[in-house]
Design a binder for this molecule. Structure first.
Ligand SMILES: *Cc1c(COP(=O)(O)O)cnc(C)c1O
Length: 457
């Protein structure tokens, strides 16, 4: 019996996941181990404990436990803004005149405005449980810093945020939200850290990058007693926490007997995409089902589609361990695009391995086309999406338009990672017809890839 699909599929509180799903447990080809840059050997728990909270370090290295309990304190916090709705985009379908059925999982319904709160609250919880004084981090567009400042306020932890300079200047209101939640916010590269001073000297006038800000935040954490560094994406622990997105999506779809054909997510560091797709990839890996999965990245920062699958540093200052990932080189300085959350040179090692194994596809899209899609979405579905989310919207619309050509009634689900209220400078550029599509040249990419660490030496 098929039930009529409502506009919004809500779950009950008791249908929320009680465990995160660790997709690595089901991967035959595990992501390559993180290496200690000094020794070239896989990192041990002891290696990363000075940088990460203990429990998070364990999650980072755990590639065998399929389900990890979500502590009750975290689930209580989740209940304030989850389960998030899975929405049937009836109005968008109508506007596109497509036979495709489009769904989106909306993660923007909290003050931070994105999915990042799902991991921020987990990381703050484990820091508090360990008795730490505070945490340091970087933020690109500002969503992660906002999410972390909310989480730290909840658990009464100090929060120091290094914010990529171009966002700090473009988004003063994000900064003020963070300060309202009690965080200290510093534009990066700053003159507070040795690495910040060096980056400023080497790249005068740089507007920064996530890679720079990470270096600064790591330095700040290891040089202060009782502090650890936390990161909003890329790491396997973050992807693990973000599986609440995919688990809820799957539960909601199962409730109505819906099986997606295509699953789409934008990919910055890969955590929201990885979290959305994990339960579905798990089924693929176990041979239980098949799905087409598409990672969408900006043409200005195309790590999956034009990068190299190699060991690289996770930051510009080369202070972090080495991860094997699709990378544009840790020195790659993306152009000042408006999707700050997607301006990262590398990609989650889990997502990278899945891509290398052909379990997921990737595509890149240009900024103007992305905002065109976001604007159409806002006008039909009401929600004003974050620039990052618009990347997924673009490809969902493109796939739905292909269905219109072929007459196929495919079911498409995509991650609507957040809202764009703090990104109105970007929308203004688009509305004024002043948006530029930056695409790095092959030479630009080759130049930063030439500086990948040489592991043979
Ligand atoms: C950070 C962010 C992204 C990128 O997420 P990743 O998990 O790093 O790929 C996408 N959308 C929004 C709204 C974000 O804030």
């Amino acid at each position: 019996m098929t039930r009529e699909i409502p506009y919004k599929i809500y779950l009950e509180e008791n249908e929320m996941p009680k465990q995160w799903y660790n997709v690595r447990a089901d991967m035959k080809n595990k992501p390559a181990p993180i290496l200690n840059p000094g020794t070239g050997q896989p990192v041990s728990l002891e290696d990363i404990m000075p940088v990460f909270c203990e429990e998070l370090a364990k999650q980072e290295l755990d590639e065998t436990t399929p389900y990890i309990d979500i502590p009750e304190e975290i689930r209580d916090f989740y209940k304030m803004y989850r389960p998030s709705p899975l929405v049937r985009a009836y109005c968008l379908e109508k506007a596109l005149d497509t036979p495709a059925k489009i769904y989106y999982k909306f993660e923007g319904n909290n003050t931070s405005g994105s999915h990042k709160l799902n991991s921020a609250i987990a990381q703050a919880y484990y820091a508090k449980k360990q008795g730490l004084k505070g945490v340091t981090t970087e933020t690109g567009a500002g969503q992660w810093g906002t999410a972390l400042s909310m989480a730290c306020a909840y658990f009464d932890l100090d929060c120091q945020v290094y914010m990529v300079k171009c966002s700090y200047e473009q988004k003063p209101f994000r900064r003020e939200v963070m300060r309202t939640y009690g965080a200290a916010v510093t534009p990066s590269p700053s003159m507070n850290t040795n690495i910040g001073k060096k980056i400023n000297a080497d790249f005068p006038g740089t507007t920064g990058s996530l890679g720079c800000a990470i270096s600064e935040a790591v330095e700040a954490a290891v040089s202060q007693e009782g502090y650890r560094y936390v990161l909003g994406s890329v790491l396997s622990q973050v992807l693990l926490h973000q599986t609440v997105i995919g688990l809820e999506t799957k539960t909601a779809m199962d409730k109505y007997g819906i099986k997606p054909d295509i699953i789409i997510g934008c990919a910055g560091g890969g955590s929201n995409l990885g979290g959305l797709i994990s339960p579905f990839v798990g089924e693929k890996l176990r041979g239980e089902a098949d799905y087409r999965i598409i990672a969408v990245e900006p043409a200005s920062c195309p790590s999956l589609t034009r990068g190299k699958y190699a060991y690289d540093f996770c930051d510009t200052g080369r202070v972090t361990p080495l991860a094997k990932m699709y990378t544009l080189g840790s020195n790659f300085m993306p152009s000042a695009s408006h999707a700050g959350g997607l301006r990262y040179h590398g990609m989650s090692s889990i997502v990278s391995q899945l891509y290398a194994d052909g379990l997921i596809e990737a595509t890149s899209v240009e900024q103007t086309a992305v905002f065109e899609a976001g604007t159409m979405f806002a006008r039909t579905e009401g929600i004003l999406p974050a620039p990052e989310s618009n990347h997924a919207v673009r490809v969902a619309i493109d796939e739905a338009l292909k269905c219109k050509e072929t007459g196929e009634e495919k079911t498409i689900v995509f991650g609507l990672t957040g809202t764009g209220y703090f990104d109105m400078v970007a929308y203004q550029k688009y509305n004024d017809g002043e948006m530029v599509d930056y695409i790095p040249s092959d030479e630009d990419i080759a130049k930063s890839l030439a500086e990948l660490p040489n592991l043979e030496s």
